[in-house]
Design a protein around this ligand. Sequence first.
Ligand code: PLP
Length: 360
Amino acid sequence: MSARISITRTSNSRLPDLDFDNIPFGAAFSDHMFIAEYNGNKWENARIVPFGNISVHPACFALHYGQAIFEGMKASKSHDGKPMLFRPEMHAKRINASAQRMCMPDFPEDLFVEALHLLVGLDHAWIPPQEGSALYIRPFMFACDEYFGVRPGDKYLFMIYTGPVGPYYSKPVRLRAELEYVRAVPGGTGEAKAAGNYGGAILATEKAKAAGFDQVMWMDGHEFRYVQEVGTMNIFFVIDGKVVTPKTDGSILKGITRNSIMTILRERGYEVEEKLVDIHELIAASEAGKLQEAFGAGTAAVIAPISEIVYKDKVMKLPPVEAFKIAGLAKAEINGLRSGRVVDERGWVVPVQALEPAGV
Ligand SMILES: *Cc1c(COP(=O)(O)O)cnc(C)c1O
């Protein structure tokens, strides 16, 4: 099959234990995983093996100095049962952009995509059949040098594991504009999917939740005036019929869902503007009754509608989600592509060859 990636199948598939109608969220892992090792100058020993623990040295660099990056993507099953990936080459490029920022080695994009095909092909039976559900895919890379002291690592592991997730239903979320903590600043690591960004965001999120909100809306770190993202999603607004999203400035993650939504909406003739989104402009639009939609965008939820945004003593209420015409249209198109019900004219959906299942 592949000269570069060896495959060791499990002899003991855990698939019979999975109840597809009650998938434990984020806690189900498929039978196989991919591993490759970087030895200081090249990637080697690329292999697919049964899913299981790995052992790391206590001095493992990533645990101390945070050289760790990841991706999040999904494989789905078409309505007639064929496995497929969504824009895999964009994820391959993005993990290398993250790697560059964190002084980590590139991972060959063709090897990344090949590994995805083999892994998803082998564990295709783990892709839940229900529309809206998917096989979540987690590629990641971390430094594993055994050494005291900060310097770029020499040794890295690149791994991919997967796990089935049920349909992600997001009830409309209430947001608090975060005015104390900062997720990212231009020149920082916010544009990389670097592990530390998420650890650093937990406290603000927990405090917002304790105050009765669902998520934080991240603001710029200089003036706390320009909107960045919502939680771990990009953010979109519809103001007086026009679609607006914060422009990427080095502190905002370049979401693939964000890119897909902008492309879909522009093709349909909507005006989509990437710009600095000033909180005062949102407040004015809200007071004038022109803030029509607001939603988060990311791989997990595709679209997460927003019901309310609180900034200091200002409360911006959004119309009911049923009135979110533009969000609804973008979501239907992306989910339609993922289920094969919408014809893919952009080459975003990549079919995967199903391989002999595990455990035979
Ligand atoms: C992953 C991520 C997103 C969404 O990116 P997608 O490619 O659409 O999944 C947005 N913001 C942050 C901070 C993220 O980590």
